[in-house]
Structure formats: C-alpha cells, structure tokens
Design a protein around this ligand. Structure first.
Ligand code: MN
Length: 301
C-alpha cells in the first residue's frame, strides 16, 4: 500500500496499535423515523473510543411524503451529550428545557442532556410532507463525572457558523465543528477536549490529518474509499479506529470521500450504561430511572 515496514520503522509512529476497521451492524429502526446502523458500542468497541459512547448512522433512507412526521417520541437522557449531524433531510427537535429547532444539511445539533432532559426527534413537518432522503449521524459524547449532573444545554450549529479549511493542493475541504485546526475554531462548546470535523478528500489525494497525541480517533466513512496509514481500503459505513501519537496520519482517497472525523481526550472514569442513561455507577443508573419516573427530568409541553 505504498509503505514498507522499513519506511514505517524509520519514521515517528502516527498511531499506536495500528488502525482497526469495523463494519456496521444490521439496520434497526429508532422510533419509526430513523433507520440506523450502529458502529459502536456494538463491534465490542467500548473504551477504545472514549469519550465517544455511541455512533448510529441513519440512512441514506428515502421516506415517502406523509402528513404525520416520522420520528422518535419523547424519551429521556442523562449523563452525556447527543450530537446530531445532518447530511440530507431536515430533523426537528424539542425538549423539556424549552429548546426547539430544525436542523438541515450541514447543520449540527449539540444537546447536553447532563442532569436530565426529555426530548423528541422527528422529521420536520414540511419536509415530511414533501418526502425525501434522510442521511444523518447521531454521536453520543460522554461527560466527565463532575459535569454529569450539570444543567442541560442546547447548541444549534448551523452550516454558516462552521468554518471551512481548504486543504492544500485542491485535496478537499474540512469543516471544523468542534476543536480547532489551523487557527480556525469550531463553534461547539465541549466539556472535554474534542475535535469533530466534516472532511471531504478528493480522489487521488493524500492528506496529513493532525490530531493531538493521546486522543482516541474514529474516522467514519459516509461515502467513498480511503486508506488510513496504509490500511486496507475503508469504505461506505465503515469506521477506522486508532489512538493518535500526535504525528500526522496519512489519509489517501481512492475515490471522492466524505468522512466524519471524531477525536477526543479519553475520560478515564468508570462507565455504567442503561438505555438512555450513562453514569459512573449502577446506583446512579437506578437513581436516573427513579428520577425519570418521578418526573424530575421535566416534561414536553
Ligand atoms: Mn434522544
């Protein structure tokens, strides 16, 4: 793949333990509006991607026109953040903290559930009336113990707010959603150090991806074909995972490729999960269920 073992041994290493590549699971439906394939925590990927907890890839799925918008009705979350990135279609959200909004192609919704929130996620009504293709990612980002019971928050990051880095030599473009690259800062406020990029690499180009050392990195390929540090080709709906040493990682596009780059400083704390709740201990999960059932996470109005 263009690199000999000799070549690798004489250069600083850019990844630890090599690059691992994962396929998505089978399609399941969340509510009646999101046909998703999960990449993790299935695939036995648990701590390797901390602080990221879950990635569901929705679509691309065509939904016929309807007067009753599909989606997922009200449900709770506590202890983490949900990040929704839209590539095609329009999704509407409203929550018990009084936040509501629509996000479309290029937009990102960064919802901090923290101490608890009730929300619903649906196809936007006018979009649903026309019908169309939905393509989106939902990523769950863990919160450190000290922030799990903070007040809920909500950030709508519209496409115009997200800075674009043009890559050298016409190699493509990178949108900085969170973190910073070459002095351009993404609009998302995060609790721990996180880089989140929408990366497009043009066929035939090789780019050096710079990620801080010690970060866990996931490269999710939405379309196209790439090799990562000489790995086997990574294709549609596959995820490449590695830990960064701080050296640039070579990404070679064999087709025009769209990648979601997620990188973060791991949170070295116990993780206890139960459905929509992610805490540090079982006792905290029991408390979350009790608080939800007692109505302490609020209500939708
Ligand atoms: Mn949700």
């Amino acid at each position: 793949m263009g690199q000999t073992s000799l070549g690798q041994s004489t250069r600083p290493r850019s990844v630890t333990d090599g690059v691992r590549i994962y396929r998505p699971g089978g399609t399941h439906v969340v509510g009646d509006g999101f046909h998703v394939r999960n990449l993790f925590p299935s695939n036995d990927l648990d701590r390797e991607l901390s602080p990221f907890l879950m990635l569901d890839y929705a679509g691309p799925t065509f939904y016929p026109a309807t007067d009753e918008p599909r989606g997922v009705g009200e449900h709770p979350h506590r202890g983490f953040e949900t990040v929704t990135i839209i590539y095609q279609g329009i999704v509407a959200h409203r929550d018990s903290a009084g936040n509501a909004g629509n996000i479309g192609p290029g937009d990102v919704q960064w919802m901090t559930a923290a101490s608890g929130i009730i929300h619903e996620e649906r196809h936007e009504r006018e979009w649903a009336k026309r019908g169309g293709t939905l393509q989106a990612i939902q990523l769950w980002v863990n919160l450190p113990k000290t922030s799990k019971m903070s007040a809920p928050g909500y950030q709508t990051l519209v496409s115009d707010q997200i800075p674009v880095v043009q890559l050298d030599g016409g190699a493509g473009a990178l949108r900085v959603i969170a973190g910073s690259l070459r002095g351009l800062k993404g609009p998302a406020k995060t609790f721990t150090p996180i880089e989140l990029y929408d990366l497009r690499v043009r066929v035939g180009h090789r780019i050096p991806l710079e990620v801080p050392g010690g970060f866990n990195v996931g490269l999710f390929v939405l379309s196209g074909l790439v090799s990562v540090e000489g790995s086997r080709p990574v294709t549609e709906a596959e995820l490449a995972v590695f830990a960064s040493t701080g050296q640039p990682v070579g990404i070679t596009a064999k087709e025009d490729t769209t990648i979601l780059v997620m990188a973060g400083e791991p949170i070295h704390e116990p993780v206890a999960r139960y459905g929509p709740f992610v805490m540090n201990t079982k006792e905290e999960l029991v408390q979350a269920v009790n608080d939800y059932q007692a109505g302490k996470m609020g209500h939708l109005h």
